[in-house]
Ligand binder design. Structure first.
Ligand code: UD1
Ligand code: CA
Length: 453
């Protein structure tokens, strides 16, 4: 099928009462991203010309989240939630003149696959209105699809359905596709004389049929239509998201030693032949190139790890951590907003924040960039091939030149020139016999104290 122009409408105005939350439902995190981003991402696969999010409850926060995903997204506010058709109608002023197809998604239905949306567009060749349906194991209160052969005659909401209609197991997912102008034309005709007093988007099917147009169903797996209405369903959705993300990583050629203990974010990217050990958590914004190794118990967020680098076990990479090729970050190391050039080694017990470390520099155990003075953050610059001795405190702003060294236990408050050795610690003094004399003194004092009791 040739690429048609698509307008995407994402319904996200509902409060989500059953979440029992101050946060709008679509902003609850799933795979370390707002739930809304999952629907936007599925829709993005259609390369839509326009994307409109219909917000209502918490509209400002929802708008911010939508624009964080993609700043070209438009947000319209549905002040009162009068039903799904009313929600779609809010997008009409922005989209009515758009050519091509309109696709409606729900912000609280995160698992619709891009392939499924493509199948819906393809089905538009045989039907003017295409609905995404699924065979429900427990049809509950879903809208029921009343079909005759290939044709979808109408959708009946559970509240309005007869016992006979409630026995139907083919259900409405909510996803719908039609030519944009037609969809808005039909939506404008929808009334609210029904059991809920709402404007049902589902009524567009019967209205299209009244015009002599054809409606059809594309069927997907029930797992794709999983909606989130409660915290329990959010937990189920998280488990499902992780299951899929693990399977996708394995299929992409990533080794997961213990897949069920690795947690991904929606935007995690990991290259081929990278190995991820047990109990690793990927927060938002992590990219790992091919052939890297993330050892057990790492927590990574907002960072980039290049080819051949090894991280962990027990390392924490925070936003802005940028590891070049063959960097080694070892146990109990935290890195934030710092660039480590090729071949840098940070083996143990170290904090690097707001720093740049030149290539092949070695950072000794217990090194700390003291980047915060209680008010502002300051930078540490370390040149290439330097050697930072164990337990060095680098009091920023400070610079250590190329090929320089710092002595162990130094507190570095002044810049260190290239090739210099900086010693910033008290000179050692040995007092002959003093240790033994002191021990005798302490023992005598303890014995005297016992005697008085
Ligand atoms: C809807 C469908 C039903 C389908 C089910 C699948 C209708 C009338 N019914 O029912 O056939 O089986 O979804 O989950 O469409 N929303 C708005 N503004 C509104 C109303 C809803 O933005 O005025 C948004 C909600 O935030 C939600 C989505 O639309 O994301 C669906 O609304 P919801 O009230 O959950 O619809 P259901 O009653 O579940
Ligand atoms: Ca619902």
């Amino acid at each position: 099928m040739s690429q048609v122009s698509v307008s995407l409408i994402v319904l996200a105005a509902g409060q989500g009462t059953r979440m029992n939350s101050d946060l709008p439902k679509v902003l609850h995190p799933l795979g370390a991203a707002p739930m809304l981003h999952h629907a936007l991402r599925a829709g993005q696969s259609l390369e839509p010309e326009r994307v409109v999010v219909v917000a209502g409850h918490g509209a400002e926060a929802v708008a911010r989240a939508a624009r964080a995903f993609d700043e070209t997204v438009d947000v319209v506010v549905q002040a009162e939630q009068l039903g799904t058709a009313h929600a779609v109608a809010q997008a009409a002023p922005l989209l009515a003149d758009e050519p091509g197809e309109a696709v409606v998604l729900y912000g609280d239905t995160p698992f619709i696959r891009p392939e499924t949306l493509q199948r819906m567009l393809a089905a538009r060749e045989s039907h003017e209105v295409v609905i995404l349906g699924f065979e429900a194991k427990d049809p509950g209160r879903y809208g029921r699809l009343v079909t005759r052969g290939d044709e979808l005659e109408r959708i009946v909401e559970w509240k309005d359905a007869t016992d006979q209609e409630r026995a139907i197991t083919l259900c409405n997912s909510g996803v719908i596709c039609a030519e944009t102008a037609l969809l808005f034309g039909l939506v404008a005709e929808v009334g609210n004389e029904n059991a809920s007093g709402e404007y049902y988007l589902t009524d567009v099917v019967a209205l299209a049929r009244e015009r002599g147009l054809s409606a059809g169903v594309v069927i997907c797996d029930e797992a794709e239509t999983l909606g989130v209405n409660t915290r329990a369903q959010l937990a189920d959705a998280e488990a499902e998201f992780q299951r899929r993300a693990r399977a996708a990583a394995l299929a992409d050629g990533v080794t997961l030693t213990a897949p069920e203990t690795v947690f991904f974010a929606l935007d995690t990217f990991i290259g081929r032949d990278t190995i991820v050990g047990p109990n690793v958590v990927f927060g938002p914004g992590v990219t790992v190139e091919s052939g890297a190794e993330i050892r057990a118990f790492c927590h990574l967020e907002g960072c980039h790890i290049s080819r051949g680098a090894t991280v962990g076990p027990f390392a924490r990479l925070r936003p802005g951590a940028e590891l070049a090729e063959d960097v080694h970050v070892g146990n109990f190391v935290e890195i934030k907003n710092s660039v480590l050039d090729e071949g840098v080694k940070v083996g143990h017990l170290t904090y690097l924040g707001d720093a740049h470390v030149g290539e092949h520099t070695n950072i000794g155990a217990g090194t700390v960039t003291c980047n915060y003075d209680g008010v502002s953050k300051h930078r540490t610059e370390i040149g290439p091939r330097a050697f930072i001795g164990s337990d060095t405190m680098l009091v920023a702003p400070v610079t250590v030149g190329a090929n320089a060294m710092t002595a162990s236990g130094s507190v570095i408050t002044e810049d260190v020139p290239a090739e210099a050795l900086a010693v910033g610690r008290a000179r050692q003094v040995n007092k002959p016999g003093l240790a033994a004399r002191m021990m005798d003194m302490f023992r005598a004092a303890k014995a005297a104290k016992k005697g008085t009791n």
